[in-house]
Design a protein around this ligand. Structure first.
Ligand SMILES: [Zn+2]
Length: 310
């Protein structure tokens, strides 16, 4: 399992109600909950009226009855068909909710944006203001739910053209859905790391944006430029492969058959993008590109392929 405490956050980022039950939170190991709450990303929220029964092996969810005792105590119960009345501990009723604001603030400060994030569409679209990136002033935006049924409205709230940079949470929009160059649309997850505090990989952001700047023939330091170009090709190749594996995996899931994920070697990747194996190996090992690392991890893991969303 991933040791990244943020896994939990990314998993619900695409959910309209990014909340967890106490049981989900308890399932987190080690000090993850403490770290996430300390960062303000995870908060104790409202209480729920239904909980899953934990007294029997049948998975069923029941309404919670609240009983106030004369001594002033309040206790909670559900009715289990097998076990009868089952007491529910108070902490199991608490929902935990995710607050993206600390991540947005960390992003704004890493990109030296001076104004605080403005929520343009509640919990969906934020305008972070202007930042100077790769020698150009750009507006920085964050959006969530780009594939939800109302995504058209969200797209309408977002800027267009070559200057904005958009970070997204959850699934990526379909190609061509947004009028922003693909290189300026960055999955937020790929540039955030959670140490004791939230760390944003500004270099990764700039290196991806540099691909737009590269479009016309423009000489940059040749070694770096070559490596960046290889990274770009590798990402596109991996994206294509993951998409085709995803359809094979889905097909197998639907037909109850098995799909054996082929092992992808650096040699094959090199052949696919018509580069030397050493160039590919250098790009993978030395670029430090997180999106590339995530794509490589994904292409080798059936579950990650199933969840791949772009
Ligand atoms: Zn039960």
């Amino acid at each position: 399992m991933s040791r990244d405490p943020f896994d939990l956050i990314w998993r619900v980022a695409d959910s309209p109600q990014p909340t967890f039950s106490r049981d989900d939170v308890v399932a987190l190991h080690g000090d993850k909950v403490e770290r996430l709450t300390k960062l303000g990303v995870l908060r104790e929220g409202k209480t729920v009226r239904h909980v899953p029964c934990d007294a029997c092996a049948d998975s069923h969810t029941e309404a919670v009855a609240t009983i106030k005792y004369p001594d002033g105590n309040t206790r909670f119960f559900i009715n289990c068909p097998g076990q009868g009345r089952v007491e529910v501990e108070r902490h199991r009723l608490i929902r935990w909710s995710v607050d993206f604001e600390p991540i947005l603030s960390a992003l704004a400060s890493a990109l030296s944006v001076r104004v605080a994030p403005t929520e343009v569409v509640p919990t969906r679209v934020w305008n972070l203001g202007r930042a100077s990136l790769v020698g150009k002033s750009r507006t920085v935006w964050v959006a969530r739910g780009l594939t939800w049924p109302d995504a058209d409205q969200i797209a309408g709230a977002l800027p267009k053209g070559r200057s904005p940079v958009l970070f997204y949470l959850g699934q990526a929009a379909n190609d061509g859905f947004l009028d922003i160059p693909r290189e300026a649309i960055i999955e937020l997850r790929t540039v955030v790391r959670c140490d004791d505090e939230l760390v944003i990989d500004r270099d990764a952001v700039e290196s991806q944006l540099a691909e737009i700047a590269d479009a016309p023939v423009k000489k940059r330091s040749s070694k770096r430029a070559q490596r960046d170009a290889t990274v770009g090709k590798l990402k596109r190749e991996l994206h294509q492969r993951i998409i085709s594996f995803k359809s094979a995996v889905r097909h197998a899931d639907d037909g109850d058959s098995t799909f054996t994920l082929p092992h992808l070697t650096q040699k094959e990747l090199a052949e696919a993008i018509e580069a030397n194996e050493s160039t590919v190996s250098r790009a993978i090992n030395e670029s430090g590109d997180r999106e590339l690392a995530i794509l490589l991890q994904t292409v080798a893991d059936e579950d990650l392929i199933r969840r791949y969303g772009r």
